[in-house]
Ligand binder design. Structure first.
Ligand SMILES: [Zn+2]
Length: 247
């Protein structure tokens, strides 16, 4: 059976002397893998039709009970060229790809998340070089997964005073709750929480990347989101660090 899918390569590996194995995130079929035969031959029909971070229409032969399919045709739908020249934006795209790759199971279509992946890649082309972009993208990614951090009031007693961030509780807790339950918490001054709340509510990164941050605020925001993403999505912090150091 031949299946047509809207697909973005999340990893491309050489295979034999002339082929590629491509792991894709697709709108209709979740995460799949295909072999692309002859991919490295000059003038092959796949040339320029698939690329990391770009959207392709993929036709593949789906064989039941197999995990590696054979690609029949690829046709580039949207090439995101900024990532070829803007290395910092490319690092953000790479981190966003790791987020979606890690959280999408094999063979489980999730069209809404695929749309968010495309949207974040589009935005990363223009804004991905800004250090505020990744925290903003993480807040929106978490929201789409139903894990938006609660940044308004203590998740245990609802007070709005003396708050700190506790990743395992999914948001902020107050000093007394944190002490009473011996919860590990990160210092979260009111200015940092106010910035994060505003970012959480901003549906586009444009105002976010214009937020001027002190070095201290930047460090605190990154500590909060790094711990949060690691706790809730079990992400290797290495990807995040690489993307932020590039920024
Ligand atoms: Zn409390």
């Amino acid at each position: 059976m031949i299946i047509k899918a809207t697909a973005i390569p999340i990893a491309i590996f050489p295979y034999s002397s002339t082929s590629h194995i491509v792991h894709w995130l697709t709108r209709q079929n979740g995460k799949i893998s295909t072999i692309i035969k002859g991919a490295t031959r000059p003038k092959n029909r796949f040339l320029g039709e698939y690329e990391l971070f770009s959207t392709t229409e993929l036709l593949f032969f789906a064989t039941p009970n197999k995990t590696l399919f054979t690609a029949k045709e690829c046709s580039m739908l949207q090439s995101r060229n900024a990532f070829r020249t803007n290395w910092r934006a490319m690092q953000s795209a790479s981190y966003i790809t790791a987020l979606f790759s890690k959280t999408t199971p094999e063979d489980a279509p999730h069209p809404e998340l695929f749309s968010l992946y495309e949207e974040l890649l589009d935005l990363a082309e223009n804004h991905g070089q800004a250090p505020q972009f990744i925290p903003w993208a993480e807040l929106h990614f978490s929201e789409a997964h139903g894990h938006a951090p609660n940044l308004g009031n203590c998740v245990l007693c609802s007070t709005r005073h003396d708050l700190r961030f506790c990743a395992s509780q999914g948001g902020v807790v107050c000093g007394s709750c944190s002490k009473a339950r011996k919860l590990p918490a990160l210092g979260s001054p009111p200015d940092v929480l106010a910035i994060l709340r505003a970012w959480q509510q901003s549906s586009t990164p444009a105002p976010v990347i214009n937020t001027a941050l002190t070095a201290k605020q930047r460090t605190e925001i990154n500590a909060i989101l790094s711990t949060f993403m690691h706790t809730h999505f079990n992400l290797n912090p290495h990807h995040r660090t690489a993307a932020l150091h590039a920024a």
